[in-house]
Design a protein around this ligand. Structure first.
Ligand code: PMP
Length: 434
C-alpha cells in the first residue's frame, strides 16, 4: 500500500502542529506507523490522500452513525449554510433539536447546547455543584469525560483516593476535589461514600465505558451508584457522549433502565459537526444562566449548522428497527471476530453493545480497567497494522471502541472478516518476535 503522500503530509504537519495532529490518539502513537491523511469519506468507507480505500471502524469516534457524507445531513447542512452560519441569537433549529432530545430521553427535561463533549461534562459538573452546594465529584478510573482540568486526573497511591493531575499544567488544586474510584466495583464505591458521602456533589460515569475499550457495567454496580447518590443527596451524571442515541434511541440509560439526574451528550447529536449538550431535571437545569445564577455561555453554541446536522441525524435514526439492525450488525462483526481469533488460537475477549465493540487481546473476561490493562497491546498493534494494510481502519489503540454505523452492510462486513482472519494469524505468528 502506497502511503507516500500521507507520510509527506505528516512530516510537514509535525513541523506546524504538535505531533502533527489536533487530538493525540490520531497520531497512531499506541500502534506505531504514520497516520493516514484522509481526503474523503463515503458511507462506511474512508479514502486517504494516496487513494487507498478503507472500511472505517472509527467513524470519527462515534458521530457518524449513518456513515460518512450521509445525504440527509449534507442536505440539511447546505440548506442551513445558505441562510447564514451563525447569528449569536436563538434560532428555531435549537428548539427542534432540543425537542428531539427531550422526546427521546425522558430524564432530560431541559437541555443546553455547547460545542464539545468536554464543555458539556465540565458544565454539568458546575451545575451539579451549584445544585448540591457541595464540591467533591467522583470519577471512575478509565472513564473519560473530556479534558477539563478537574477531570484530567488519575488515581493517586491507594485504591480509593483523591485524584492527582494526569497532565502537566493541571494544578493540584484543580483535581483536589475529584475522587477516583474503580469502575464496576461496588464495594469500593460504598467505601468512598462512607468516607465522603455528605460532601459529594456528583458521580460522573460512562454508562457503558468506551474509553477503556467497551466494558459492560454490572447491573448491581449501576444500581449501587443510583442508590448511593440518592442516599447522600449527590447527583448522578451519565456521560452518554458516545452511547447516546447509539446503544439505543434513548441512550444507554434507556437500555440499562437507569434514570440519571444529568446527562452529557455529544457526537451523534451533532451529526458530525462540533456539538455537545447537557441536560436533566428541570429543577436542576433552571439554575443555568440566564434563568439561574450558574454561568455558562458560548458564542457558537447552538449554531444552525450543527443543529441542522443533528436534527437530520437524530431524525434518521428514528426509522423503525434502526437500532435492532445496528445491534445485529454489531453482533455479526463481534461474533465473526471471536470465531476467527479462536481459529487462529489468539486469545481475545470481544465485548460489544449495539453500535460499539472492542477486541481485547486477553483471554480473560474484561469487566474492569485492570482486566482491560491485562491485554497484550503489542499483539493489538500487530493486528491493527495488518488490518490497516488490508484496508480496515480500526481505532489506533487497544483501549477504544470500534464504531459500527448503518452504512456497514453485510456485504462490507464480509470484506472485513477475511482481512481479520489474516490479521489474527499475523498477530499470532509474530508473537514473541518483538
Ligand atoms: N465523554 C466521553 C464519554 C467521550 O468519549 C468524549 C470524547 N471521546 C468526551 C466526553 C469528550 O468529548 P469531546 O472530545 O467532544 O470534547
Amino acid at each position: 500500500m502506497n502511503t507516500d503522500r500521507s507520510e509527506a503530509l505528516y512530516a510537514q504537519a509535525c513541523e506546524l502542529i504538535p505531533g502533527g495532529v489536533d487530538s493525540p490518539v490520531r497520531a497512531f502513537t499506541a500502534v506505531g506507523g504514520a497516520p493516514r491523511f484522509i481526503e474523503r469519506g463515503e458511507g462506511a468507507y474512508l479514502f486517504d490522500v494516496d487513494g487507498n480505500r478503507y472500511v472505517d471502524y472509527v467513524m470519527s469516534w462515534g458521530p457518524l452513525i449513518h456513515g460518512h457524507a450521509f445525504p440527509p445531513v449534507l442536505e440539511a447542512v447546505s440548506n442551513a449554510a445558505a441562510l447564514g452560519t451563525t447569528f449569536g441569537a436563538p434560532t428555531p433549529l435549537e428548539v427542534e433539536l432540543a425537542a428531539l432530545i427531550t422526546g427521546a430521553m425522558p430524564a432530560i427535561e431541559m437541555v443546553r447546547f455547547v460545542n464539545s463533549g468536554t464543555e458539556a461534562a465540565m458544565s454539568a459538573i458546575r451545575v451539579a455543584r451549584a445544585f448540591t452546594g457541595r464540591d467533591l465529584i467522583v470519577k471512575f478510573a478509565g472513564n473519560y469525560h473530556g479534558h477539563a482540568d478537574m477531570l484530567l486526573v488519575s488515581a493517586g497511591s491507594g485504591g480509593l483516593t483523591f485524584g492527582v493531575p494526569s497532565s502537566p499544567g493541571v494544578p493540584a488544586g484543580a483535581t483536589a476535589d475529584t475522587l477516583i474510584a474503580p469502575y464496576n466495583e461496588t464495594d469500593a464505591l460504598e467505601s468512598t461514600f462512607d468516607s465522603h458521602g455528605e460532601r459529594i456533589a456528583a458521580v460522573i460515569l460512562e454508562l457503558v465505558p468506551g474509553n477503556m475499550g467497551v466494558i459492560g457495567p454490572f447491573p448491581e454496580f449501576l444500581a449501587a451508584v443510583r442508590r448511593l447518590c440518592d442516599r447522600s443527596g449527590a447527583l448522578l451524571i451519565a456521560d452518554e457522549v458516545i452511547t447516546g442515541f447509539r446503544v439505543a434511541a434513548g441512550g444507554a440509560q434507556q437500555a440499562l433502565g437507569l434514570v440519571p439526574d444529568l446527562t452529557v451528550l455529544g457526537k451523534i447529536i451533532g451529526g458530525g459537526l462540533p456539538v455537545g449538550a447537557y441536560g436533566g431535571r428541570r429543577e436542576i437545569m433552571r439554575l443555568v444562566a440566564p434563568e439561574g445564577p450558574v454561568y455558562q455561555a458560548g458564542t457558537l453554541s447552538g449554531n444552525p449548522l450543527a443543529m441542522a446536522a443533528g436534527i437530520a441525524s437524530l431524525s434518521a435514526l428514528r426509522a423503525p428497527g434502526f437500532h435492532e439492525r445496528l445491534g445485529d450488525t454489531t453482533a455479526r462483526v463481534a461474533g465473526g471476530l471471536r470465531t476467527l481469533a479462536a481459529e487462529a488460537a489468539v486469545p481475545v475477549t470481544v465485548n460489544h453493545v449495539t453500535g460499539m465493540l472492542t477486541v481485547f487481546f486477553t483471554g480473560k473476561p474484561v469487566r474492569t480497567l485492570a482486566d482491560a490493562q491485562s491485554s497484550d497491546t503489542r499483539a493489538f498493534a500487530r493486528f491493527h497494522a495488518a488490518m490497516l494494510d488490508r484496508g480496515c481502519y480500526l481505532p489506533p489503540s487497544q483501549f477504544e471502541a470500534w464504531m459500527i454505523s448503518s452504512a456497514h452492510t453485510d456485504q462490507i462486513i464480509d470484506q472485513t472478516l477475511p482481512a481479520a482472519r489474516e490479521a489474527f494469524r499475523h498477530a499470532a505468528l509474530d508473537a514473541g518476535r518483538d
